[in-house]
Design a protein around this ligand. Sequence first.
Ligand code: F6R
Length: 242
Amino acid sequence: MDIVIVPNASDVATYAADVVAARIAGTPDTVLGVATGSSPVGIYRELARRRAEGALDLAHLTCFALDEYVGLAPEHPRSYAAYLDREIVRPFGLDREQVRVPDASRADLDEAAEEYEQAIAAAGGIDLQILGIGTNGHIGFNEPISSLSSRTRVTALSAQTRADNARFFDRPDDVPTHCLTQGLGTILEAGRLLLVAQGERKAAAVAAAVEGPVAARCPASVLQFHPRATLVLDEAAASGLT
Ligand code: F6R
């Protein structure tokens, strides 16, 4: 596991964007795994800025979201499909079909999960997966005690995650209770993992992921198993490391 510590959140975005841009420059048809939430937004905006300047061609990307809320239609502004429309589809100049999101509005969610796994496999697997980390150590929405070999599936959000994500919704009760998420086993199959974390509120989870045992109680600790995992942290997020 490589740990990169930079002074602040804007440096995290620049460093991580450099990693993603280098991959895309060498392999324009990269399959990119895209986290949502606040952590990767700076990366996406930096990549879009470089594209607008003509320094980066993003046209041949295929993207796969990590997860989607159950119960929010794709048009709902807080759905991850809508987030990816705003942050990736339009600013990267992609067609919607190039950015895949688990279909969490389907009646049969197990079938939707299985089809999502098949779609990732049909694309040749994810080359580079961008990740954030929850304050409880989740990646994707693999909450503590998720199986370390889990696959894409329906799962419940923990009380802590619902409270953390209430900031994106009008009322705390509006935060969905369930989601479709790539599993930890699915995430571990990506060719490279790039986790970004900013701010002191992530410090304990980052320390558990990096220095704790590989354990279901801190799902991000599975990154210790991956041969090409890089964590890009600002100083505050790294402040719990010894
Ligand atoms: C989002 C996701 C989550 C977030 C995590 C951190 O697709 O899978 O694991 O990365 O909850 O969220 P932020 O970045 O909003 O602090």
